[in-house]
Design a protein around this ligand. Structure first.
Ligand code: RUQ
Ligand code: CUA
Length: 610
């Protein structure tokens, strides 16, 4: 019998072993795989909230990162029949008669230049508004209209202590709006830059002041921070002042502008009474008040206007250029002091390009928006190239590029527009995301792509669909948000609240009927109701539950009435008894084993029959 030749076997085995060992070593060095980096096991929570605007759906999507899971859609400018947003009386009043809005830019409130997790604001480009969502319950609390602003796009971008939200005109209109020939655009139309103040305790918004501007299209904005605190920077295109065929006529000039606004100086001017009131808002005219606003020439039709975390530089995304332009705040201050001007428009000095520009960074085609990390790098979205360019602040060199699918608009890094970016990830929000998901007809869902930015090279991790249509998004450390899980019943101050079933009742006053109703598992009190044809019925329903996630619904058959009432909450909804007959109503939100039994009947008698 031959002896086994151990040495030979060892030699035969050693090569694959060595290869395997080295492979393992490399794998470990690369750290986790993309799948591991985004995997959040069942029962575990994500580390970040991402708030993505819902565009013309008028909503905001709340996603968990790194998993990309959609957690909630917050209705803001548009009705949501599930929770009754735009149906119950309270939310109808907040919506102010509109049923749509075009939500572009979520803006988290800030303290000392960093997100504080208190409120979320968002603009409505269509109807010139800003909404405030309370992050204690993720509910829209207030919507304010900005008079004189046509198409509020460059908004709401907060100042470092949420002193102000900004707004600006995208579509210039006459200010005040009136009937003039469109052909007199140059003489009769104006842009407006608006500042909305925020009460630091309640979050309540007020129109503070506005600045009258030439009829350009103001696009994006960012507030100055640290050294540039007290300023805000608004990009604009169409300095050609075209009002038709903009795609040709508004792209003639090689440079448009970033408007630098000294809002501290504007505050002073207001205090000194240097304004006129238009539509109830204090408006400063730069032809009469100097030193409030300056133009920084910026190539070409700039879109994004983003201030670096140290506040020293303003980055303009030259949509029709192949570079981002970096302006220096200090250089700007010197140029203002020296009067280094190249003419003026409407009393607003144009600073010399060479005097303010620090660098032109050759990032690639169609640069739009820029975000920042914690290592001194900037990330610019490239719409035409369908890519993100990573470049170094200070040396201005492009160090990496990653393709995205396709046509990226905004991008968001973790705390990526604050004074304290956290690095880790950047989220690409792609506009035209052809074929990324199972097809669902002609319109393809938009895509978001999560990219690891912690290493030298960017690494694509994850791809997930996002409901119509994210423009901007912001990503916040989840530990900074601590929502309430029930509304304490003893703090319910709703004038129509009742706190026990024995207070439940029906009160009639002419043809107005008020129903004070209780909802608690698994019963409505009262649940048999009798009205007369033509009655206007107001249901005031209090959910007496104090258990987490025991929400009741209230839906009436053959009607448009449905709403959700959260634990401890009271809501009012109006229903008109239009036609004689029987109308079942029921709990529309699954709440218990006897949820199916949670129902009642309404009887409507014909007029004068009782
Ligand atoms: S926009 S894709 Cu409405 Cu903010 Cu730039
Ligand atoms: Cu209450 Cu279902």
């Amino acid at each position: 019998m031959r002896l086994i030749n151990c040495g030979k076997i060892m030699r035969l085995l050693s090569l694959p072993l060595l290869v395997g060992f080295l492979g393992l070593l490399f794998a470990c060095k690369g750290g986790q795989s993309p799948a591991e980096k985004v995997y959040v096991p069942p029962g575990k929570l994500d580390s970040y909230y991402a708030f993505l605007s819902g565009g013309h759906s008028g909503q905001i999507g709340v996603f968990g990162l790194p998993s990309g899971r959609l957690i909630k859609m917050i209705p803001v400018f548009a009705p949501d029949v599930a929770i009754g947003w735009g149906i119950d009386e309270g939310s109808k009043e907040i919506m102010g008669g509109y049923i749509w809005g075009d939500a572009h830019h979520p803006a988290l409130s800030e303290t000392n230049g960093d997100y504080d997790g208190r409120w979320l604001f968002i603009n409505d480009t269509a109807n010139g508004r800003i909404a405030r969502i309370d992050l204690k319950d993720f509910v829209t609390k207030e919507i304010i209209t900005l008079p004189n602003v046509g198409g509020n796009h460059a908004s709401p971008f907060v100042t470092p202590n949420t002193e102000y939200l900004v707004g600006a005109t995208r579509f210039s209109i006459p200010v005040p709006n009136r009937d003039v020939p469109i052909e007199t655009y140059k003489e009769n139309f104006n842009g407006v830059i608006a500042f909305v103040s925020v009460d630091k305790d309640t979050g309540h918004m007020e129109n503070a002041f506005q600045i009258l501007m030439p009829p350009f299209d103001y696009d994006l904005a960012d507030a100055g921070k640290r050294v540039s605190y007290g300023w805000a920077f608004f990009s604009c295109y169409n300095s050609e002042e075209a009002y038709k065929d903009l795609e040709v006529e508004a792209s003639q000039k090689d440079r448009d502008f970033i408007a630098a606004v000294n809002w501290k100086a504007a505050e002073e001017a207001i205090k000194e009474g240097k304004y006129k009131e238009i539509n109830g808002v204090k408006v400063i005219d730069p032809q009469e008040v100097k030193g409030i606003v300056y133009f920084l020439p910026t190539p070409k039709s700039p879109h994004g206007s983003d201030v670096t975390p140290d506040g020293k530089y303003i980055v303009g995304g030259g949509k029709l250029a192949a570079v981002v332009t970096v302006h220096g705040f200090e250089k700007m201050q010197e140029a203002i002091k020296k009067g280094d001007f190249d003419g003026e428009v409407m009393g607003i000095p144009i600073l010399k390009y060479e005097s303010v520009r620090v660098a032109e960074v050759p990032v690639g085609l169609g640069p739009l928006h820029t975000q920042f990390d914690d290592q001194g790098y900037a990330y610019t979205s490239l719409f035409v190239d369908s890519a993100i360019a990573k470049w170094k602040l200070g040396t201005w060199e492009v160090v990496d590029k990653i393709p995205v699918y396709y046509n990226i608009g905004h991008l968001a890094a973790v705390h990526g527009d604050t004074v304290k970016p956290r690095g880790k990830f950047v989220l690409a929000m792609n506009k035209i995301a052809k074929g990324r998901y199972l097809p669902v007809g002609p319109s393809h869902p938009e895509s978001a792509q999560l990219i690891d930015i912690s290493g030298k090279k960017m690494e694509m991790l994850l791809d997930f669909p996002t409901p119509v249509e994210p423009h901007y998004g912001q990503i916040i450390d989840a530990t900074l948000i601590k929502p309430e899980l029930v509304y304490p019943l003893d703090q319910n101050k709703d004038p129509y609240a009742i706190k026990s079933a024995d207070q439940a009742r029906v009160e009639r006053n002419g043809n107005r009927v008020d129903v004070y109703m209780i909802a608690i598992r698994s019963h409505f009190t009262p649940n048999i109701l009798k009205f007369e044809e033509g009655d206007n019925v107001y249901f005031h329903i209090t959910n007496l539950e104090q258990d987490v996630d025991i929400t009741h619904g209230f839906g009436i058959n053959f009607s448009n009435v449905d709403m959700q009432i959260e634990p401890g909450e009271t809501k009012t909804v109006k229903w008109v008894a239009e036609k004689p007959g029987i109308y079942p109503f029921y709990c529309t939100n699954f709440c218990s084993a006897l949820h199916q039994e949670m129902q009642g009947y309404i009887e409507v008698a014909s007029k004068g029959s009782k």
